[in-house]
Design a protein around this ligand. Structure first.
Ligand SMILES: [Ca+2]
Length: 460
């Protein structure tokens, strides 16, 4: 039944076969669902908000791993981590247990010019900036390893930092330099992407273009030019209020970074760090605005699918925690906006569950390209036409120390240190762990069985 419906939708798009769509895929490091169009009061994201009115915003999209490398590899391979075994920050597609090719590689084989700017596959930040990181070299016709002001050691030495850690990428690190956007790593990246739109224009090459723009921000060190800090109203930054006993019912490892730099930040530092995060988002939003303007200038806007997402979220004080890699929603929830100019529906919000794993089959579907290996996600293409269609029954996120399952109502997590069960409908902040409570024994049993039907126990 599903196939028939989808075929009908594809037939409804008149020029699909003759005029394949271009793809602009934008991914931003550590960008959680903390945009104005997701209801985040302090965020200022006018460009992304405008794009959301032109396509479909997926309200509940989850990463498959709240850590950069495996999250991106899962999304780009179309496989869950327990299927591919691509579990490490530096895993490469060639190491997949299941023979698989990456999404851009597939498009390249199917006649697309494929280009990457910046961080698409994993790159350590800031150490791998300006290198190819853990790239899939077969995926691309062209790559740009952009670098800039915020990757230079003499400038990194200026960052504000809190806590005992000496590194830049995991420590609480931020800065507000008064320098032009164009000198920043991500500004240099946008400039390169705009050049590629022109130089690799389908009219010049005779091939559709798939362009991946990987922004490094909002990943720490959160360095954003001063003007983006000034765009954020400090009065609108509200640090979450957390019950004093919140952590008492959490198993060990629920908040993976236990050190003093990431937990219970002093209020002033927490506010500065949140400000840095929103300033970084504002900076990226501004860069996205330039990309969209470039599509218009180059006459590509009417036939380019745009995807905007992040590889995982980031806690800004929820559970008094200030990092990612946890099983809680702030860490697993990512933004996802897809604009297909050929879809009649505009400005829709889809409340059903989905995951980054769904992007591979979605783009295959929209471009009419058959995948070469079995994909684990579900195409979101039908929801671009009708956002009211139901979402998935569950979405899976795998962690270094366990696994978590999000359903419409619950989050069920199995960690090495114990189990968590949250009823998001009654407890949206995930404060009351219901695991082991007799009142929820049946729910817990059902979710445990669902999880073990997806992954054999102990196989995470
Ligand atoms: Ca709690």
């Amino acid at each position: 039944m599903k196939t028939i419906v989808l075929a009908t939708l594809l037939l409804a798009i008149p020029c699909l076969a003759a005029d394949p769509p271009n793809v602009l895929f934008i991914i931003s490091g550590d960008l959680g669902a903390r945009l104005a169009c997701y209801g985040e009061a302090a965020a200022k994201t006018p460009n992304i908000d405008l794009l959301a009115t032109q396509g479909t915003l997926f309200e509940r999209c989850y990463t498959q791993r709240p850590t950069c490398g495996p999250s991106r590899m899962s999304m780009l391979s179309g496989l869950y981590i327990h299927e591919s075994g691509l579990n490490g920050q530096k895993s490469r597609i060639t190491e997949s247990r299941i023979p698989a090719i990456t999404l851009p590689h597939l498009f390249r084989k199917n006649g697309y010019t494929t280009a990457r700017v910046g961080k698409v596959f994993h790159m350590g930040v800031p150490g791998d900036i300006g290198t190819a990181g853990t790239d899939d070299p077969q995926a691309w016709d062209l790559t740009v390893n952009n670098t800039g002001w915020d990757a230079k050691p003499e400038n990194l030495a200026k960052v504000n930092r809190y806590g005992p850690r000496k590194d830049h990428s995991v420590a609480v690190t931020y800065l507000d330099p008064d320098i032009p956007d164009e000198e920043m790593v991500d500004g240099v990246g946008t400039h390169a992407a705009l050049r590629l739109m022109k130089e690799q224009h389908p009219e010049k090459t005779g091939k559709p273009l798939m362009l991946f723009m990987g922004y490094f921000r909002t990943h720490p060190p959160m360095i954003a030019p001063r003007r983006h800090w000034d765009a954020i109203d400090p009065q609108e930054i509200r640090l979450p209020e957390v019950p004093e006993n919140d952590r008492q019912d959490m198993p060990k490892g629920a908040l993976p970074l236990a050190g003093p730099g990431h937990n219970f930040l002093p209020a002033g530092i927490g506010r500065d760090y949140a400000h840095a995060y929103y300033a970084s988002i504002h900076f990226i939003d501004h860069e996205i605005g330039k990309l969209v303007a470039g599509l218009k200038t180059n006459g590509l806007a009417d036939n380019t699918i745009i995807v905007i997402t992040g590889d995982q979220g980031f806690h800004l004080g929820e559970h008094n925690y200030w990092h990612k890699t946890s099983a809680f929603d702030p860490s697993c929830h990512v933004p996802l906006i897809i604009i297909d100019p050929r879809a009649a529906a505009k400005g829709q919000r889809s409340a059903g569950l989905c995951g980054l794993i769904d992007l591979y089959p979605t783009l295959c579907d929209l471009a009419g390209i058959p995948p070469e290996h079995p994909l684990s996600g579900t195409s979101l293409a039908p929801r671009l036409h009708d956002a009211a269609r139901p979402g998935k029954d569950w979405e899976l996120t795998q962690l270094q120390n366990g696994v978590t399952l999000r359903t419409d109502r619950y989050r069920y997590t199995e960690l090495k240190g114990g189990t968590m069960l949250y009823d998001l409908s009654a407890d949206p902040h995930e404060w009351r762990n219901l695991a082991g409570k007799p009142s929820h024994a049946e729910t817990e049993r059902t979710l445990r069985n669902t999880l073990s039907s997806i992954i054999a126990p102990g196989k995470n």
